[in-house]
Design a protein around this ligand. Structure first.
Ligand code: MTE
Ligand code: MO
Length: 345
């Protein structure tokens, strides 16, 4: 049975006399180094990527690092980094977006980048262990454990549905062709394309298959949204449709009567039906050219426009998914982003 197996693994873990984990820094650590107008590259260079660590940045040693695979599997495994690297290596270029502050989930943020992750497919790893009957959820636990906002939360622990584990879900050990930095989850992390960053557990310690969801502060207290009725909650998994205008940038001046190429990035878990832009409150949305979809990488949209009248304008973009989900005007983590510009007389 799964609960006893999980306990057994935890007991055997406790038997090991692991040295205490060193954190640098200890405590919440984040970086949002880029504003939308800085995100000019298709592939975001490391110094412009987002970083978010609730508990701290554990400094792990690859020699002693092990990834435990357990729960509803036929043969539990303990993998070294070399074991992980012996699986076929897969590269996945995808948008990587933070859902925003867990304590202020309605506030829209543009904490986003687009990077290439490389590693083993989680599917291959699970197949090697053998998925046992009844497995429906994948729990993933980080090596980081402690407190967040003065709340003792134990290990960073998340879950996704097992049926989301397609060939693009990775246990990644590289970002943009380089070994992961400590901040990004060295030596290995989960990456779930199309899902908000919170689900992609860094400093991966254990993957457990279970027939149920996991109860952890990061799955019950934070990173849950009210459903339509408000009576229940739904996990913050799939990325809602979103778009950002990259050019022109905020407070730029453009010349009247001259064609301006307005462009930006759009993405979401669900495929996008369209991206539109508008320039003044209450005026029509205009459809943009949108690149074809490539997995979960962000897609460039653009529209060339000539402003005839001088004045102050607000450029806004709005993505809509094929299922009809649309970016909200105001509250919501994917609310429309606005760029104020001036058209010179
Ligand atoms: N173990 C662990 N994994 C984690 C986190 C964390 O605090 N601990 N933060 C999550 C959140 S909220 C985000 S947005 C992403 C950020 O990944 P990055 O720092 O590599 O950009 O990691 C996720 N995985
Ligand atoms: Mo996040």
């Amino acid at each position: 049975m799964c609960p006893s197996m999980i306990c057994k693994e935890r007991d055997s873990d406790l038997d090991q006399t692991d040295p205490p984990i060193k954190y640098e820094p200890l405590g919440f650590h984040g970086r949002i180094p880029a504003e939308p107008h800085d995100l000019t590259e298709r592939l975001t260079p490391d110094e412009k990527t987002i970083v978010l660590c609730h508990i701290g940045v554990p400094i792990l040693d690859e020699k002693s690092w092990r990834l435990q695979i357990g729960g509803l599997v036929k043969s539990p495994m303990s993998l070294t980094l070399a074991d992980l690297k012996s699986f076929p290596k897969s590269d996945v270029t995808t948008v990587h977006q933070c859902a925003g502050s867990p304590v202020d989930p309605e506030r829209p943020t543009q904490r986003v980048c687009n990077v290439t992750w490389s590693g083993a497919r989680l599917r291959d790893v699970l197949d090697r262990a053998g998925i046992a009957a009844g497995a429906a959820f994948v729990w993933s636990e980080g090596f980081d454990s402690g407190s967040f906002r003065e709340f003792e939360c134990g290990a960073y622990l998340k879950d996704i549905r097992l049926d989301r584990v397609d060939s693009d879900v990775l246990v990644a050990y590289e970002m943009n062709g380089e070994p992961l930095s400590h901040e990004h989850g060295y030596p290995a992390r989960l990456f779930v394309p199309g899902y908000y960053g919170t689900n992609s557990v860094k400093w991966l310690r254990r993957v457990t298959l279970s027939h149920t969801r996991v109860a952890s502060p990061f799955t019950t207290r934070w990173y849950v949204d009210p459903d339509e009725t408000g009576a229940r909650t739904i996990p913050v998994w799939a990325i809602a449709p979103q778009s950002i205008v990259v050019h022109p940038g905020p407070r730029q001046t453009v010349a009247r009567g001259t064609a301006v190429k307005i462009w930006g990035w759009a993405w979401g878990d669900d495929d996008l039906a369209s991206v539109k832009v508008r320039f003044e409150d209450g005026k029509a949305w205009r459809i943009c050219d949108l690149e074809p979809r490539h997995g979960y990488a962000w897609r460039r949209f653009e529209l060339t426009w000539t402003f005839d009248k001088p004045g102050e304008y607000l450029i806004q973009s709005r993505a809509e998914s094929v299922s009809g989900a649309i970016q909200p005007e105001h509250s919501g983590r994917n609310a429309i982003y606005s760029v104020p510009i001036t058209v010179a007389p």
